[in-house]
Ligand binder design. Structure first.
Ligand code: ITT
Length: 191
């Protein structure tokens, strides 16, 4: 089954490919001729996932899906949340974002956080949303070289090491995106 995944993030693409598995041919934005950044103007993850998926559908008419993900930190009232990509700077500077998060949590003992992924799927013009959540805590220093973004600081519940210390398969088995994509896979297989 051919479907466009509306992302410019190559880490996401390989995670989603691994979870969806055989049977789905993921087509990239570049492959359908969309090279510009899709404006993410929504106030929530749900709105942004929808905006990205609709942008692609309106231009291509193809079945497609988009995800929007945020890290929600309890002691920071849910920040960085929908602003996760541009927390410290205007660009996607993962290292600067992680430094800022550590600064903001300096001296704070409540380190509870969660990653939330919302996926908007548009199929035959009909839109459907699924979600995946993983709870955990923010470490006091970075650890690990795998994954991307906030992975070196996020310790999932029930583990004593970060997502960046895990293999891609281990992260996918328990992660926000892994869970959301598993739901997406079910929805795609249903009809
Ligand atoms: P696209 O919009 O092109 O898909 P993006 O990197 O902007 O890519 P998001 O808006 O969904 O993706 O994610 C916002 C930020 O949240 C992202 O830049 C990372 O810093 C962080 N993030 C997302 N998923 C993550 C994950 O699985 N592990 C760690 N950090 C993640």
């Amino acid at each position: 089954m051919k479907i466009v995944f509306a992302t410019n993030n190559t880490h996401k693409l390989s995670e989603v490919r691994a979870v969806l598995g055989e049977g789905f041919e993921l087509v990239t934005l570049r492959e359908v001729g969309i090279t510009e950044d899709i404006p993410e103007t929504g106030a929530t993850l749900d709105e942004n996932a929808s905006i990205k998926a609709r942008y692609v559908y309106e231009r291509t008419g193809l079945d497609c899906f988009a995800d929007d993900t945020g890290l929600e930190v309890e002691a920071l009232n849910g920040a960085p949340g929908v602003h996760s990509a541009r927390y410290a700077t205007d660009g996607h500077d993962f290292a600067a974002n992680n430094r800022k998060l550590l600064r903001e949590l300096n001296g704070i003992t409540n380190r509870r956080a969660r990653f939330r992924t919302v996926i908007s799927l548009i199929r035959g013009g009909e839109e459907l949303q699924v979600e995946g959540i993983v709870r955990g805590t923010i470490a006091t220093e970075e650890s690990g070289n795998e994954g991307f973004g906030y992975d070196p600081l996020f310790i999932p519940e029930g583990y004593d090491h970060t997502f960046a210390d895990m293999s891609a398969d281990q992260k996918n088995a328990i992660s926000h995106r892994g869970r959301a994509v598993a739901e997406l896979g079910k929805a795609l297989k249903e009809d």
